[in-house]
Design a binder for this molecule. Structure first.
Ligand code: NAP
Length: 291
């Protein structure tokens, strides 16, 4: 049996640190600031609405103001303009664009309008470039940051070890690979054209699954004792949520495993809010008014 990694407990610890940092900003004697996150929601998708409510609820509990701009049926240009306006608003410290976007619009196209200093979900392609270049202060997408936080807080050493990421999206796979590379892991990224996926995955000391394919990763993909992080969130017809890992099979082989739900998901929300407070601190310290 593998060790079950408790994402809710890790999120709780991150949230405690975030609340303290938010309180310091609010109580600053010379330049008090209310850390503020603006979420642009260009959809009436129920799953997105649920996620936004949960960010807002947690944010307000931690002392972060969350402003939600619902813009159902807005055009690509209107969404980009709103993101630029929020980036220029000195009372806003973090700007996020939720998905899904209007048909034919990619996140990269509109997120280019988010100022990198406020891009707390790492959606602007410039942020990914900064991450790749190792620029201090660059924001990673919250899910990729959550993968690293889980490894860090579980005491998993990355230096000199083999990490394999299955999935190469710009929101999860690529930034998670870059973050593990910056921690000195030897990183391999797999995708839909990878030959003999199971053999490549078995080389991993740390295996990250970010595919969107329920149960793709089975026992034959896992080296005995490996740490397995399951990013996948796949709804089943009966309303459950399952990961990309066949948890029952992998549990017999892995050293540690994140559950779905209760693994990467809650840590992602925690990291988004943590990065908002980090952005607010940097902007306040720089006395910056962006725009
Ligand atoms: P995505 O953009 O659809 O990317 C999926 C990746 O998986 C692609 O790189 C694709 O390869 C690869 N892939 C597809 N089939 C494969 C196969 N048979 N073997 C190996 N690789 C394969 O998805 P995403 O946005 O990264 O999300 C991945 C999963 O994470 C989804 O379940 C999503 O819901 C979940 N997610 C969870 C959170 C959270 O907070 N927990 C946040 C974001 C996403 P190609 O590039 O070759 O097409």
């Amino acid at each position: 049996m593998s060790m079950l990694i408790d994402g809710r407990a890790i999120a709780g610890a991150v949230n405690e640190r975030t609340a303290l940092a938010a309180e310091r900003l609010r109580a600053d004697a010379t330049a008090p600031a209310v850390p503020t996150l603006a979420l642009v929601v260009p959809t009436d998708d129920e799953g997105t609405a649920w996620y936004v409510r949960s960010i807002r609820r947690t944010g307000e509990r931690l002392g972060i103001d969350c402003r939600v701009d619902t813009m159902v049926s807005a055009s690509r240009e209107e969404i980009a303009r709103r993101l630029a306006e929020l980036s220029a608003d000195p009372s806003v410290h973090g700007v996020v664009c939720q998905t899904p976007l209007p048909k034919g619009t990619t996140l990269a196209e509109v997120a280019g309008s988010i100022e990198p200093a406020k891009d707390v979900d790492g959606a602007n392609p410039t942020s990914l470039g900064m991450l790749a270049a190792g620029v201090t202060g660059a924001f990673a997408p919250a899910t990729a940051a959550a993968v690293l936080e889980i490894l860090r807080s579980t005491g998993v050493r990355l230096e000199g070890r083999r990490a394999v990421v299955v999935g190469r999206s710009t929101v999860v796979g690529k930034p998670a690979a870059l973050l593990m590379l910056s921690e000195h892991a030897t990183v391999t990224v797999c995708h839909s054209r990878t030959s003999d996926l199971a053999a490549v995955c078995r080389e991993a000391d740390v295996l990250v699954a970010a595919v969107g394919w329920p149960g793709l990763i089975g026992a034959s993909h896992v080296r005995p004792g490996a740490v397995v992080i399951d990013v996948g969130t796949n709804p089943t017809p009966d309303g459950e949520l399952v990961g990309d890992v066949d948890a029952a099979a992998v549990d017999e082989v892995a050293g540690a495993l994140t559950p779905v739900p209760g693994g990467v998901g809650p840590v992602t929300t925690a990291m988004l809010l943590h990065q908002t407070v980090r952005a607010a601190s940097s902007l306040v310290q720089a006395g910056a008014v962006i725009g």
